[in-house]
Design a protein around this ligand. Structure first.
Ligand SMILES: Cc1cc2nc3c(=O)[nH]c(=O)nc-3n(C[C@H](O)[C@H](O)[C@H](O)COP(=O)(O)OP(=O)(O)OC[C@H]3O[C@@H](n4cnc5c(N)ncnc54)[C@H](O)[C@@H]3O)c2cc1C
Length: 419
């Protein structure tokens, strides 16, 4: 019997398995897919993920594979204001933390999940104490009383372990079976992404556009390797489902986004000769962290999307999946050493996640609500477009977790008036 079964080998599961192996534990990492596998995503790998990759010693591995770097973010508002905010470049004078390729610590990358997740999966596989099982779909859990003691596959196979980590994404079977899953449409985002070739005007900035027709929500264009662009849009499900007086849906996410690409004066030229990569248009759901889920119980823990840890404003979930994977591994190591995988013991993991991520998640929820106001969006973007000081302030706020909290404060918007 292995110590831990990790269900799902996305960024959360693969990071968790690697950290568990570093604690000397025997791990079985299972996934219903076979790697490399795609996952609908904006593919933006932020600084939070970069920090975990550095901890695992594999940040350079991202840069050895096809990727683009994210040097800043370009925002545009409903009235057409455009603001470019550079991410601060973190240069370490000793050179130890610098990337081999860029000579500074990149704020982040954009790498297709087909590439990125495989790199993380192969890294997890490289540890002697990690076994992997691809093409294995977990259908159910094994129980002893109220304690989870293993998993049951769609093929009827039963595998036992001392502990089960659910890292099986948004529709997590593990979360459903332990009763932690919920489907409150105010706290889920619907989104789609498509790859394009030949979008013009691409830079090393990720682009976030608040465009009429897709508010509340946004349209993104992210640079990728080999002249590709990751394009998509997303919106809170409640807004996606809203109907007008005649009962017609107000938003048709894909159709509306495609119309914006074809007709909107800021985009039509850029997409005029662009070609969709066949088969790359895919939608998926994002459970966001504005509603807390139980993250641990008797013999189980949930990481990443399975635990609804996606940032409610930006829709980023890779970093939080990897951070929660690391925290789950730390608790698992202590719990297994003590021979105690009770809920009381594993709740230490839930507390660690709350301490590390909760403030940011709740602040991002506030921002998501503020982003619904066109007036506020126009005000902030107009101020930032005109004043370098405002751009500098926002740049440092994006980089610094504590300063980021100011976005949620009324005072910040009052201060903007005087900058
Ligand atoms: C359109 C879109 C755009 C996004 N853009 C970004 C972005 O730019 N940056 C960002 O940081 N985040 C983004 N996200 C969120 C991000 O994709 C997720 O937060 C992230 O993938 C979570 O990682 P995870 O490891 O928890 O789950 P996943 O990456 O979903 O991995 C779960 C794994 O579990 C496996 N699995 C599922 N069910 C089972 C089962 N029953 N048995 C066995 N295996 C199973 C799956 O095959 C999969 O490999 C976006 C999401 C969407 C939908």
């Amino acid at each position: 019997m292995v110590d831990v079964i990790v269900v799902g080998a996305g960024p959360g599961g693969s990071a968790c398995a690697s950290f568990l192996a570093r604690e000397g534990l025997r791990v079985l990492l299972v996934d219903k897919a076979t790697f490399p596998r795609d996952k609908p995503c904006g593919d933006a790998i932020s600084g939070k993920s970069a920090a975990v990759l550095r901890e695992l010693g594999i940040a350079d591995a991202v840069e050895e594979r096809p990727h683009a770097i994210a040097e800043g973010v370009l925002f545009s508002g409903p009235k057409g204001d455009r603001v470019q905010i550079p991410f601060p470049k973190d240069v370490d004078p000793t050179g130890i933390r610098n990337s081999k390729r860029y000579n500074y610590v990149t704020a982040g990358w954009v790498a297709r999940r087909l590439v990125y997740d495989e790199m993380l999966f192969r890294h997890a596989q490289s540890y002697k104490t990690v076994e992997t099982l691809e093409g294995f779909e977990v259908k159910d859990l094994l129980w002893e009383g109220d304690r989870v003691v293993g998993v049951k596959g769609a093929d009827g196979r039963e595998i036992r372990a001392k502990l089960v980590v659910g890292a099986d994404g948004a529709m997590s079977v593990v979360a459903q079976k332990v009763g932690a899953f919920e489907r409150d449409h105010d706290h889920w985002i619907g989104a789609y992404r498509v790859y394009y070739e030949g979008v013009t005007g691409m830079t090393n900035d990720i682009e976030i556009h608040f465009v009429e027709g897709l508010i509340p929500g946004y349209f993104w264009i992210f640079p990728l390797d080999n002249g590709l662009a990751n394009v998509g849009s997303g919106m809170v499900e409640t807004d996606l489902q809203a109907v007008d007086r005649s009962g017609k849906k107000k938003v048709h996410l894909i159709e509306d986004t495609e119309r914006i690409m074809r007709e909107h004066p800021a985009f039509r030229e850029r997409f005029a000769k662009a070609k969709e990569v066949p088969g790359s248009k895919r939608g998926w759901l994002l459970p966001v962290g504005s509603k807390r889920r139980p993250l641990a119980g008797e013999g189980w823990m949930l990481v990443g999307d399975a635990g609804a840890l996606i940032d409610p404003f930006s829709g980023e979930g890779i970093g939080n999946a990897m951070v929660s994977g690391r925290l789950a591994a730390a608790t698992a190591a202590k719990a297994l050493a003590a021979g105690d995988v009770s809920k009381a013991r594993l709740l230490e993991y839930e507390a660690a996640v709350r301490a590390e991520l909760d403030e940011e998640l709740q602040m991002s929820y506030k921002l998501q609500r503020l982003g619904r106001s066109r007036m506020l969006l126009n005000f902030v973007l107009r101020r930032a477009a005109k004043r370098p000081k405002v751009r500098e302030t926002i740049s440092s706020m994006l980089a610094d977790r504590e300063k980021k909290e100011e976005f949620g404060s009324v005072l910040f918007y009052v201060k903007l008036l005087f900058m």
